[in-house]
Design a protein around this ligand. Structure first.
Ligand SMILES: C[C@H](O)[C@H](O)[C@@H](O)[C@@H](O)C(=O)O
Ligand SMILES: [Mg+2]
Length: 398
């Protein structure tokens, strides 16, 4: 029986798009996701009300498209915009053109180590992740297989989700297993801010009842003392399930101490702004957290997430990816140490369940009653198509 040789990659294209989608912080006015959310910039009053005021949405979306010799295309979206498009077209494309998408390990190795002198984390690894996700999408479309089949198949019949957004009370009615609130006040707003953080959580606990998970997402905004005090008050007064990304991603020592300081039973989580197997090994070897939360569009893509997830599994650490739509769903459904997933509520309220990367992905599945069945992922690649009616801009070429 002849060995299947897949067509080689002929074209590499990088586009940018504005307005929601993979750069999901790039929303219009009045959206919950930009309403006085605590960040490291909250120490400056002029940057406290809106994260867009300091540039959280400055990059926009990166779309990577790979076209094979037979015309088949694979694509993916992530955060990165024009600078990431430059890296894809002017640097990474040389490791893709003329190559088979089956060589994703070697291609990843060449993309990472050729950019290590200026990359390793952040924007460069976002660009590498976007290429890697497009490679897996192309591989699935050429083989006629969903990505989750190529990752070993489903270990459960359905995905269950917690919802991130300003209305956990509505998320409970919609069938989600928990609600993660954004933290609104950081250390610069003192005890009054802390009291308001607790009052909001207490209100949601009263509305949601005792058996619904409630979490706080602190988006890197706190110091160790404030995080410790918040953890104890939120646990004892409101039954918080986990405190997420309380400190700077570089403060491994602070996370290790926070985990020691936190009340027994409260989970410490982080990782969405961490990258590669080496970054996540640091988090786990220094015992910084109970759950790692890599974003597959930012940590290195599927090829790297396999390594991260397997190391977590060997250490008994849960791996719950940061919300990244179909790119995490196809991974989570195949992993025992990923028993649930995040769904980011991108409706402005949020009062409705809408596709997370809208309007960029056609056919993007959304949870119904807080769940997505594995069978809903049964389409080639990541099972979505690029919406070509949106304003795709190609700033560079290779
Ligand atoms: C809600 C948080 O502030 C972020 O906007 C969110 O994207 C991220 O931290 C998350 O965990 O979903
Ligand atoms: Mg988070």
């Amino acid at each position: 029986m002849a060995i299947v040789q897949l067509p080689k990659i002929k074209h590499v294209r990088a586009f940018t798009v504005r307005g929601g989608g993979a750069d999901y912080h790039d929303q219009g006015a009045g959206h919950w996701i930009d309403d006085h959310i605590a960040t490291p910039m909250s120490r400056y009053p002029e940057y406290r009300q809106s994260r867009q005021s300091f540039g959280i949405n400055v990059l926009g979306t990166l779309v990577v498209e790979l076209e094979a010799e037979d015309g088949t295309t694979g694509f993916a979206v992530t955060t990165g915009g024009e600078p990431a498009a430059f890296i894809v077209e002017k640097h990474l494309s040389r490791f893709l053109i003329g190559r088979s998408p089956q060589e994703y390990e070697k291609i990843w190795d060449q993309m990472y180590f050729s950019t290590q002198y200026y990359g390793r984390k952040g924007l460069v690894v976002n660009a590498i992740s976007g290429v890697d996700l497009a490679l897996w999408d192309l591989l699935g479309k050429l083989r006629g297989e969903p990505v989750y089949h190529m990752l070993g198949g489903a270990v459960r019949d359905e995905l269950q989700f917690y919802a991130t957004g300003a209305r956990p009370d509505i998320a409970k009615e919609q069938g989600f297993i928990g609600g993660k609130l954004p933290l609104h006040h950081g250390p610069a707003e003192g005890l009054e801010g802390m009291d308001r953080n607790i009052a909001l959580l207490a209100d949601m606990r009263a509305k949601c009842g005792d058996d619904f998970w409630l979490m706080y997402d602190c988006w890197m905004s706190l110091d160790l003392d404030y995080a410790t005090r918040l953890a104890h008050r939120a646990w004892h007064e409101c039954g918080l399930k986990w405190i997420e990304e309380a400190l700077s991603p570089d403060d491994y020592w602070g996370y290790a101490q926070l985990r020691k300081n936190a009340p027994k039973g409260l989970l410490v989580t982080t990782g969405e702004h961490e990258a590669t197997r080496w970054g996540f090994r640091m988090l786990m070897d220094m015992e910084c957290c109970d759950i790692i939360q890599p974003d597959v569009g930012w940590c290195g893509g599927v090829t790297e997430l396999i390594k991260i997830a397997n190391y977590a599994d060997s250490r008994g650490v849960l791996m719950i990816p940061h919300g990244s739509s179909v790119y995490s769903y196809h991974f989570v459904i195949t992993r025992h140490n990923s028993p649930f997933a995040e769904f980011l509520m991108m409706h402005p309220g949020p009062t409705e369940v809408v596709p997370m990367f809208a309007p960029q992905l056609l056919g993007e599945p959304v949870p119904r009653n807080g769940r997505i069945r594995a069978s809903e992922l049964d389409k080639p690649g990541f099972g979505v198509e690029l919406n070509r009616d949106i304003a795709l801009h190609r700033p560079y070429s290779n």
